[in-house]
Write a protein that binds this ligand. Structure first.
Ligand SMILES: NC(=O)c1ccc[n+]([C@@H]2O[C@H](COP(=O)([O-])OP(=O)(O)OC[C@H]3O[C@@H](n4cnc5c(N)ncnc54)[C@H](O)[C@@H]3O)[C@@H](O)[C@H]2O)c1
Length: 435
């Protein structure tokens, strides 16, 4: 069944009754036209049997009570309950995205709306959170989503209030954060952005689904994720992730380039630790064609001295060439991170994610968000991988990233409810290319 948008005046003046499609579709497939706010057009369903014209039914305003503000054409909603009776569509899921008017979101939102991330039969409601300054840009984003006519995209709401946007959220992709201003240290950024994630954690705790999955992208993302989960005690700590998938994807690409193979031959790549320059891309456990990467590459000096730096400096290199940060590949990596949780992990492989360390089998300090190898059954949950090996070189580097995250944790104690903050970060470990 196709869908056409026709303004009421167009209907009256240009089309005769017999030219117009019928609105009386079968009950299981009928759409409810809920005209809520700023309706600009009438949504007409083009069913196969013409002949009869009925005006779209304006559902009274009370019908929209409890819903946050809808945007434009997305105020005209489907009757999902009736449609579900056809069993052809899954239940609508609520995906909240913060920083929705930013560069990363500008790529990610269109991937999500197209069905590429959650699947081609998964209807989506996008709840977009912006800052006061970006509100008009947010409207622009919503207009582009309207114009893209995605069949899976059933609702779009825009707001600057996290309590409104996170209402019933099943996924929260927390991208929005402040950039590091001139002269600002990592500790200043931890405090500035930490406050955003403390507030958003509280909002998630109050109004999101009890099983919401949260992916924190805004930097410094590991400690922001820790702040967020500490402020959301009613949501399992296991549900919070810090994005390190971009680092994993970059590491896979570098190993593929060095080995002279296409990147689909590279597997079992872990990023351990912080999304910072102390991160540890693990070549000891990585495989190429299912064989240890160390044996295939056979250049220990490159692996120990150059590989990690290449992964870390990739974003900086890209800015030098292109003048822009790596928003597109970051969006791809967020899509990958979600797909890794909603589809079963291929046998024997794993993926990296920054997750809460309590109960980890590697001896890493508890109470921090640390990137580790995970496997999922595709149900949104994950388990930490047990069959990984360590040597002294890997252990020492992991310990450095662990020490950094423990120091960051002390810096934000005022935001996690753990007392007075003491900040003694030794050096600036922001990744080049990310602010
Ligand atoms: N984890 C990673 O792998 C990774 C990779 C790249 C970038 N990042 C980080 O992602 C973040 C976003 O990057 P970007 O390139 O999209 O930046 P951007 O500046 O283009 O967009 C950020 C958006 O967030 C909005 N914002 C600021 N405060 C907000 C708040 N409290 N609530 C909602 N929205 C808010 C801003 O108005 C802006 O529109 C940055 O912190 C960046 O460092 C992380």
């Amino acid at each position: 069944m196709a869908v056409a948008e026709l303004s009421p005046s167009y209907v009256n003046s240009r089309l005769s009754a017999t030219q117009l499609p019928s609105l009386s579709a079968p009950v299981t497939n009928r759409r409810r036209l809920a005209l809520q706010r700023r309706p600009r057009t009438a949504l007409i369903s083009c069913s196969v049997v013409p002949e009869q014209v009925k005006a779209p039914v304006a559902v009274p305003a009370e019908d929209s009570r409890g819903k946050p503000e809808c945007f434009g054409v997305f105020c005209l909603t489907y009757d999902l309950k009736a449609e579900e009776e056809t069993k052809t569509w899954k239940k609508l899921i609520n995906v909240a995205v913060s920083g929705a008017a930013g560069m990363i979101s500008n790529h990610l939102l269109f991937k999500i709306a197209s069905g590429e991330v959650f699947g081609p039969d998964q209807p989506i409601a996008l709840k977009l959170l912006g800052s006061q300054r970006s509100f008009e840009a947010l409207e622009g984003v919503a207009m582009e989503l309207e114009d893209s006519l995605y069949p899976l995209l059933r609702e779009v709401n825009i707001s600057i209030d996290p309590y409104e946007v996170f209402q019933g959220a099943e996924w929260a992709l927390l991208i929005g954060a402040k950039p590091r201003g001139p002269g600002m240290e990592r500790a200043d950024l931890l405090d500035l952005n930490g406050q955003i994630f403390a507030e958003q954690g509280k909002a998630l705790n109050a109004v999101a689904s009890r099983n919401v999955k949260v992916i924190v992208v805004g930097n410094p993302c590991n400690t922001n994720a820790l702040i967020c989960l500490k402020n959301a005690p009613n949501i399992p700590a296991k549900n919070f992730h810090a994005l390190t998938r971009l680092d994993e994807n970059r590491a896979k690409c570098q190993l593929a380039l060095k080995a002279g193979v296409f990147y689909d031959k590279v597997s079992n790549v872990t990023i351990w630790g912080n999304h910072s320059t102390t991160q540890v891309p693990d070549f000891l456990n990585a495989k190429i064609y299912g064989i240890p990467a160390k044996e295939v590459i056979n250049d220990i000096k490159w692996l120990e001295e150059e590989f990690t730096e290449k992964v870390q400096k990739r974003g900086g290199e890209l800015i030098k060439k292109w003048g822009r940060s790596s928003a597109a590949s970051t969006a791809v990596s967020i899509a990958d991170a979600i797909k890794s949780l909603v589809t079963p992990t291929p046998e024997g492989d794993w993926f990296s994610s920054g997750v809460y360390t309590d109960g980890n089998p590697y001896g890493i300090a508890e109470g921090i968000v640390f990137s580790m190898p995970c496997r999922s059954k595709g149900d949104g949950d994950y388990e930490l991988v047990k069959d990984v090996i360590f040597d002294d070189f890997l252990r020492q580097r992991i310990a450095k990233s662990e020490a950094e995250l423990l120091a960051e944790k002390r810096c934000v104690a005022h935001l996690t409810g753990e007392g007075i903050a003491v900040c003694d970060l030794p050096e600036d470990t922001m990744l080049p290319g990310e602010m």
